[in-house]
Design a protein around this ligand. Structure first.
Ligand code: 3HC
Ligand code: NAI
Length: 718
């Protein structure tokens, strides 16, 4: 079945892209071949005066290159050749004598946008589904079909670098304002307008200027001369390095391709683009980022239980108990998806504070123009507060987010259950307490599970759903489906203290604490893990999470897992001193009035073993100990069945606890180091620190069998 169809409408060739059997249009080898053929047909047909490129899919115009195809590429030369062939196809599109109009509705991404850029005129629908982007760097790649050359020439250098280096989506209206598209229309008239504009272009009744618009005097001054551009390129490189700490080569390679085009001419720019595309596409970083793309897509389809999975129930009203930090955050994401929320706390002031926090999240979206004033009002009106459980009778899902205290959680559960419909689901947002322990107070433990959101809820992409052996399958699929509706990537784990994410993170933070006990400096520990690729160091993270919270979590996990999780002396003493971290403006670091982090607080050393006398510990050892503690704990979670798969462990660690995305996750990391080598490292560490680093049985098994968690080649999801 062909993907392209050609319809002749009074001298206009309407080409519709509709990849058979696929949810989205993507540029496959087959589609490239069809495009070549259709261009040849059009060149040979002198009755055709113009072309309209249109999509037959409801939500995508063209989602870019077929990412599956990249998995088959082995060498930079193969990938470079693929890019060259894409460039030459779009060059032939651009050089067609007849005008080509891109009629864009839906996602126009990567190679899709590059295709639109090669057209003479672009019309986009003013619709939320219509987004344009060059997301290649998010996959560890660079645009490979001319994007690095055509985009800056169309919209200006600085705007183009912003899009290429972030990969961010641009909505149609913004795209129009920056000159990325020439016209905005309602979806209902897209095709008619596109055909009309195609004719007018052919008849010379419509002319288009594609000079970058509205750049301002400074923009022109910087972008239109070599000296100004050299400043722009230098700043762009500095910006990238400050953000990536040198771990992501693709943005730098993309800057190189854009720069080559300006300094050596567009042909040299295309060559550099292909060379960089070749190198990046087979890089380890791209391999891991592409894995994460496929793993998150696979999770979108995973109902969270073994098939056959029951149908999820639609959440009509959400009850949230505890209008604090997490409760308000959960309410704020629910109302954004149109779910009415009842927010309960102990007194009016607290309820009011929670509702104000919900409003703040919505206001931020309004300010960023992500929602309209009407949407803001509508969403805000969905959140209602209460100090009793009024309205909870309508809720078919309740999330409890009160203080981390088992007795309180038991009391709240009993109160809530008496107000709920028997079929309603009760979820706790506890970060450590086993759900089974919480469910002990329940009359209906089969309706109880955990929904562990991460803070801040409106920004963090992960949700960890925790099920006990008693949890009904339909309760699990409903919690999972609701999490997806809130835009979260959802993993389902089996109940255990700390579940997966808190447990793996605690092992890592604990080791950081022990390094403090041995005299390492706070700065050295944080720097070593930043250098490994974590977004913040473990000591900074402790301050962020709250030292009181960290202390409680540490104690719970110590009670559950014994010696290997025993809290460090440093942590114990700092918690005892009453410091709480950033929220109390006093922790390991100093904070200003607004809570912005300054330097390490020198007085904190007075509390630690060895006082202010710090000793140097090799950064490599700091990294190895903290990371391997986490990896080994993750492996235990898989071995004990807390995790359903290595894939969930990797996605959970990257999206929930900051494991560096370019390393793919703990299990991908084991594969990249080699399980045999990793087990040897653990054994050596265990010799030095008995009882702490004994390799998990699972890792030992994998090492004995020389097995990998993922296949070495081909599809990254087994
Ligand atoms: N290649 C291969 N498969 C793709 C794909 C692509 N470019 N885009 C989407 N898919 C697949 C997904 O893997 C998924 O497959 P599955 O059903 O087997 O799991 C299916 O299409 C549907 O995708 P989603 O579940 O993500 O659907 P959504 O409606 O939520 O989102 C989308 C659609 C916005 C298009 C989203 O899929 C997306 O962002 N895709 C990736 C776009 C991208 O990164 N493009 C750049 C590619 S690199 C490139 O173009 C290089 C060039 O410069 C040469
Ligand atoms: P918080 O202290 O900000 O909020 C707790 C709220 O619960 C307070 O407003 C309090 O008044 C309210 N509350 C206490 N008893 C109540 C009752 N009987 N009825 C109704 N409300 C009551 O705490 P936070 O940070 O929101 O944490 C809540 C839960 O979420 C805890 O279990 C915590 O472990 C968990 N969690 C916290 C994360 C974080 O980063 N803060 C991350 C993930 C989970």
């Amino acid at each position: 079945m062909p993907a392209l169809s050609l319809q002749r409408i009074d001298g206009v060739a309407l080409i519709t892209i509709d990849l058979p059997g696929e949810p989205v249009n993507k540029v496959t080898a087959g589609l490239r071949a069809e495009f070549s053929d259709i261009f040849a047909t059009i060149v040979a047909d002198t009755t055709l005066r113009a072309i309209v490129l249109y999509s037959g899919k409801s939500d995508t115009w063209l989602a870019g290159a077929d990412i599956d195809e990249f998995l088959t590429l082995r060498t930079p030369a193969e990938a470079e050749a693929l890019s060259r062939s894409g460039q030459s196809l779009l060059a032939s599109l651009e050089s067609l004598k007849v005008p080509v109009v891109a009629a864009i509705h839906g996602a126009c991404l990567g190679g899709g946008l590059e295709c639109a850029l090669a057209c003479r005129y672009r019309i986009a629908t003013d619709h939320p589904k219509t987004v344009l982007a060059l997301p290649e760097v998010q996959l560890g790649l660079v645009p490979g079909a001319g994007g690095t050359q055509r985009l800056p020439r169309l919209i200006g250098l600085q705007r183009a670098l912003d899009l290429i280096l972030t990969g961010r989506n641009v909505r149609a209206k913004k795209a129009y304002q920056m000159g990325l598209v020439d016209e905005l229309v309602h979806p209902a008239i897209l095709l008619d307008i596109a055909i009309d504009r195609a004719r007018k272009l052919a008849d010379g009744k419509l002319s288009v200027s594609h000079a970058p618009k509205d750049r301002g005097a400074t923009g022109v001054l910087l972008e239109d001369n070599p000296f100004g551009r050299s400043i722009v390129f230098r700043k762009a490189r500095e910006g990238v390095l400050a953000k990536t700490h040198g771990h992501y080569p693709a943005p730098l390679a993309a800057i190189g391709a854009v720069q080559a085009g300006y300094e050596k001419g567009i042909e040299a720019g295309y060559r550099e683009e292909s060379r960089a595309f070749g190198e990046m596409t087979v890089s380890e970083v791209a391999k891991e980022l592409i894995f994460l793309f496929f793993a998150t897509n696979a999770l979108k389809k995973d109902p969270g239980v073994e098939e056959p999975a029951p149908q999820p129930t639609r959440v009509q009203t959400l009850g949230v108990v505890g209008a604090g930090f997490m409760g308000a955050g959960i309410a704020s994401v629910a109302v954004q998806q149109g779910t009415p929320v009842r927010l309960k706390d102990t007194d009016v002031a607290r309820v009011g504070k929670g509702l104000a926090a919900v409003a703040d999240v919505l206001k931020e979206r309004l300010k960023k123009k992500q929602i309209t004033r009407i949407q803001y009002e509508d969403q805000l009106s969905l959140a209602g507060g209460t100090t009793d459980y009024s309205g909870f009778g309508r809720a078919n899902l309740v999330v409890e987010a009160v203080f981390e205290d088992l007795a309180l959680k038991h009391r709240v559960l009993r109160e809530v259950e008496s107000a709920l419909h028997p079929d309603a689901i009760y979820a706790s947002n506890t970060s450590t307490i086993p759900i089974g322990r919480i469910a002990e107070a329940s009359m209906r433990p089969n309706r109880v599970l955990g929904m562990h959101f991460f803070s801040p809820v409106h920004r963090m992409p992960l949700l960890e759903v925790i099920t006990t052996t008693a949890t009904d399958k339909d309760a699990t699929v409903t919690a999972v489906a609701f999490g997806k509706k809130l835009g979260k990537t959802v993993i389902v784990v089996n109940d255990a203290p700390g579940f997966y994410t808190t447990r793996a993170l605690s092992a890592y933070m604990n080791e950081a604490g022990r390094l403090l006990d041995e005299g390492a400096s706070i700065e050295a520990i944080d720097k070593a893990l930043l250098d490994f690729g974590f977004p913040v160091g473990p000591i900074t993270l402790l301050d962020e999470v709250g030292l009181d919270v960290g202390g409680k979590v540490g104690q719970t996990l110590f009670e559950a897992f014994g010696a290997r999780m025993s809290p460090s002396e440093s942590m114990r003493r700092v918690v005892e001193s009453g410091r709480t971290g950033r929220k109390g403006r006093q922790g390991f670091y100093l904070y200003d009035e607004e809570g912005k982090k300054n330097k390490v607080d020198p007085t904190v050393y007075e509390l630690l073993p060895h006082g202010a006398t710090r000793r140097e510990i090799d950064p490599q050892e700091i990294r190895q100990r903290c990371v391997l503690a986490m990896v080994n704990e993750a492996a235990r979670c898989l071995e004990e069945g807390v995790l359903r798969s290595a894939r969930d462990g990797d996605v959970g660690a990257v999206f929930g606890i900051g494991f560096p995305p370019f390393r793919g996750g703990p299990f991908r990391y084991v594969d990249s180091v080699g399980v045999v080598e990793l087990v040897e490292e653990l054994e050596q560490l265990d010799g030095r620190f008995p009882g702490r680093f004994a390799p998990s049985e699972l890792l030992l098994d994998y090492a004995r069998a020389r097995r990998r968690f993922y296949p070495a080649h081909g599809s990254p999801i087994p």
